[in-house]
Design a protein around this ligand. Structure first.
Ligand SMILES: *Cc1c(COP(=O)(O)O)cnc(C)c1O
Length: 385
């Protein structure tokens, strides 16, 4: 058997179980996405506020930008020559918004999550992670030398039990609790206020919260659930991405200045990768400023999501969401694919999500709402469901 055949066999297995992944070409305009000449409402995008699709916003940015600042490559890591003023301008903006705390930006949310945890941990570190955290944090944990245990999803009683068991164990000098605020696949939320209370009961504990799906959407200024619950100062590692609602690319960490300096010295994906182009940094800064003023858009969007969720629940679907991410759990992968195809046929681009992205037997239709979708369109989606 040739070397390639074993890979091919595995692909066949994936296909037979309905779990084969493929790229699909598409064209996008406003709230629409077109695939194979079929135009649908885009209900799968992470462009939650419609900023990536906003042509006026884009023109406003490029029109004011002189050619000499359209720098498309940084040519090195920030520790060599890649630390352009655009980086510092963005971190200054972030720091101001997040109540004067320190900010550090990364090439992507994935870089951020695979880099921070290994840099912070050693063999005397225990990581306690929610069962459903994003793959990027799991990879970060795997790259670290920490011992780690996962607690049942959003089960803070289970977390407390683990803390009571391990907190006074001499082998651990610090414990890092890792969670998302809004969870990617279930669209439900961690009880951050409660987590902060737990944190203050255990002196070795530090809190790591990923706001990838909450930044832009939650809080008066769109700074995430931490702003919404007024606990920005209480989270040791507050991280998020610019790639979703913020219509750009990159990740950020809000932390203590000592942590920032430590990571600049220890975090491998930060040290050993070429920094993002200054142009992207300038765009992120522009969007981040703009985004903070969109509280009316956020409020209206939140109401529309609430109404949509209620209507979905009224139809007795299995849906754990309390956010703009509204999964409908079907279970079987092949069935989920078939339903997704039917919805796409009806003009709604909704994708099936299957293992290993979600646990076995919990394949789902993942509806990702955005602020461009109007009430009438959402009502029609409910009736098609
Ligand atoms: C999307 C996502 C990431 C990755 O961020 P990128 O900037 O896309 O690399 C990290 N964490 C969570 C929870 C995410 O949903």
């Amino acid at each position: 058997m040739s070397l390639l055949e074993s890979f091919e066999r595995e692909l066949h297995v994936l296909k037979a179980s309905g779990n084969l992944r493929q790229f699909q070409s598409n064209q996008q305009e406003d709230k629409w996405i077109q695939i194979d000449q079929h135009k649908m409402l885009n209900c799968s995008s992470n462009d939650y506020l419609g900023l990536a699709a906003d042509l006026d916003l884009r023109a406003g940015f490029f029109d004011q930008l002189p050619n000499k600042l359209k720098i498309m490559g940084s040519s090195s890591s920030r520790l060599l020559t890649g630390n352009f003023p655009e980086y510092e301008a963005l971190e200054f903006q972030l720091s101001q918004a997040f109540l004067g705390r320190s900010a550090l930006v990364f090439n992507s949310g994935y870089h951020m999550n695979i880099g921070i945890l290994p840099a912070l941990s050693d063999s005397k570190t225990l990581i306690l992670a929610d069962k459903l955290i994003h793959a990027s944090m799991i990879d970060g944990i795997r790259l670290s030398t920490a011992k780690y245990i996962r607690y049942r999803h959003n089960d803070l009683e289970h977390l407390t039990q683990l803390l009571e068991k391990y907190h006074d164990d001499q082998q651990f000098e610090k414990i890092i609790v890792v969670t998302e605020s809004i969870f990617s696949m279930d669209g439900d939320e961690a009880d951050l206020k409660q987590l902060v209370q737990i944190k203050y009961q255990f002196s070795k504990l530090m809190l790591y919260v990923d706001e990838a799906h909450a930044v832009g959407v939650r809080g008066q200024k769109g700074l995430g659930c931490a702003e919404q619950y007024n606990i920005i100062q209480d989270i040791d590692f507050l991280v998020g991405t610019f790639g979703k609602a913020l219509a750009s690319v990159g990740g950020y960490l809000i932390c203590h200045p000592i942590i920032r300096e430590y990571l600049i010295n220890k975090m491998r994906p930060l040290i050993f990768s070429t920094a993002q182009p200054p142009l992207n940094m300038a765009w992120t800064t522009y969007i981040f400023k703009h985004m903070q003023n969109l509280h009316i858009v956020r409020d209206e969007f939140s109401l529309r999501c609430h109404k949509f969720r209620n209507e979905v629940m009224n139809k007795q679907f299995d849906c754990p969401s309390s956010s703009h991410l509204v999964p409908i759990i079907i279970g079987d992968s092949a069935k989920t694919i078939m339903y997704a195809q039917k919805l796409q046929h009806e003009g709604f681009y909704i994708m099936p999500v299957r293992p290993p992205t979600v646990p076995k037997h919990s394949s789902r239709l993942r509806i990702s709402l955005n602020a461009m979708l109007g009430e009438a369109e959402l009502s029609r989606l409910v009736s098609v469901l």
